[in-house]
Design a protein. Structure first.
Length: 446
């Protein structure tokens, strides 16, 4: 713990941390020492980890990357935090992120952009950019992230680490600040698939406090890591390899797939015909849900409150106007519009129908093959400032990840190689609750 705290002091010019909980970390580390001495330790006891600042941590600032929550000390722990505490893990601090998890570059944070440890002029990806940068730079052993449309996998890909977005419902969302509730899912961001197995083991499981959490048994994720891949069928959706994919990224992905063939896998071309509808459907659904979720930030009960409001309307308007960033406001406006009377059928309902079509595409594909592979992102990490003024181009960087959230499937980003001296992640997508198989496949490659 002390080594990691020292490294944070020395190297966090990356801006990966919003809060470092040094005293708390040292106390927990001492308690963990005691557990180790008495033989009560498990694999996470005493391990220094860091939490995306979207998870509520009792008595510790939980900002969600927003000025709105800059003064917010969460009064309770998220279920995920409780689970790490029970395991005896040491929390080093809270990690930077795009405001309310809206973004693909970590440039939407109230606390400033995070730098990619592989290239300080490049973004780390987002929204879990602080998590990816911290793990890649050795500022935490592992971290948590959340993935609504790619926010675990895309930063993992850009920073050369392993990221796993579990099946929707596998990890409790209780105490995880909501962006788009029907898509949000927390998961591990680690250096290896083996570490991801250990961290997911701690995070996963039914939680009566989250009505969308699924009550099905959690397998032993470490147990399956060494299963042979002989005969594994891998589907490559032709839509994943078309226009828009940078040739240097495609080359890394193709080389990785060849390695799987050497391990005994069989390759098959498949199709996800409605993939091109994923981004528009996602931005209607995610914006609609966020406009409802973020209505709780009203300047009354907690969070930012404007100075000297003259009446209630003034309190709402100025508190929200002064504390939300530009991207968050854009999404609230889009979402409110899409949900308005008269527009609901045209936008929200239509987007939900498209969502069903996409889920059915994947269902059909996963009857033909065991897993699906492809790129995580269309290019390597782009420059800080490069896309921030062009939201459409920024949204396109999630083209391969977003459809997976619409379908609710589990998926991983696994370090596959480099292009332009920057990391490239391989995307592995599995059937519902196939996390054990995904970890096995990732581990065999590493
Ligand atoms: N980049 C996507 C968005 O801005 C996904 C973010 C996420 O997964 N939290 O919505």
């Amino acid at each position: 713990t002390q080594t990691f705290l020292n490294r944070i002091k020395q190297y966090d010019t990356l801006n990966a941390y919003i809060t470092v909980t040094e005293d708390l970390a040292l106390q927990t580390a001492q308690a963990a020492d005691l557990k180790l001495a008495t033989g009560e330790a498990n694999l996470l006891t005493g391990i220094p980890i860091a939490q995306k600042d979207i998870f509520c941590t009792q008595g510790v600032k939980t900002s969600c990357g927003s000025k709105m929550l800059d003064n917010f000390l969460a009064p309770y722990n998220a279920t995920v935090i409780e689970k790490f505490n029970t395991a005896g893990a040491v929390m080093l601090g809270k990690l930077n992120m795009d405001e309310f998890a809206m973004g693909s570059s970590n440039e939407n944070s109230y606390y400033g952009a995070v730098k990619n440890p592989w290239d300080l002029n490049a973004v780390p990806g987002g929204s879990s950019g602080g998590s990816a940068a911290a793990v890649a730079a050795g500022l935490a052993v592992c971290a948590t992230g959340t993935d609504t449309g790619g926010s675990i996998r895309q930063p993992a890909s850009h920073c050369g680490i392993t990221g796993l977005k579990p099946t929707y419902g596998r990890v409790s969302r209780y105490g995880m600040i909501a962006y788009a509730s029907s898509l949000d899912q927390g998961g591990p961001m680690t250096r290896s698939a083996e570490d991801a197995a250990i961290v997911l083991q701690a995070m996963a499981g039914f939680d009566p406090k989250d009505s969308t959490s699924v009550d099905c048994a959690v397998p032993d994720y470490l147990a399956g890591l060494n299963t042979s891949l002989q005969g594994l069928s891998i589907g490559l959706p032709k839509e994943f390899f078309g226009e828009g994919l940078a040739p240097d990224v495609a080359a890394v992905i193709e080389a990785a797939i060849k390695e799987y063939q050497k391990l005994g896998a069989i390759i098959k071309e498949i199709s996800i015909p409605n993939l091109n509808l994923a981004i528009p459907a996602y931005y209607v659904i995610a914006s609609a849900e966020c406009s409802a979720n973020l209505s709780r930030f009203d300047g009354v009960r907690f969070g930012y409150r404007c100075k000297d409001p003259v009446d209630l309307t003034d309190l709402y308007v100025r508190s929200r106007g002064e504390a939300f960033g530009k991207e968050v406001k854009r999404r609230i406006l889009m979402g409110t519009y899409a949900l308005s009377a008269g527009y609901y059928d045209a936008y929200y309902l239509k987007a939900q129908k498209v969502r069903r079509l996409i889920a059915e595409d994947f269902k059909r594909a996963l009857q033909e093959v065991d897993v699906i592979m492809g790129p995580v992102a269309p290019s390597v990490a782009f420059g800080i400032g490069e896309k921030i003024n062009n939201p459409i181009e920024m949204y396109l960087s999630d083209i391969y990840t977003i459809a997976i959230n619409l379908a609710g499937l589990p998926a991983m980003s696994v370090p596959a190689g480099f292009a332009q001296h920057k990391p490239v992640g391989l995307h592995i997508i599995g059937n519902y609750f196939a996390e054990q198989r995904l970890l096995n496949i990732a581990h065999q490659y590493q």
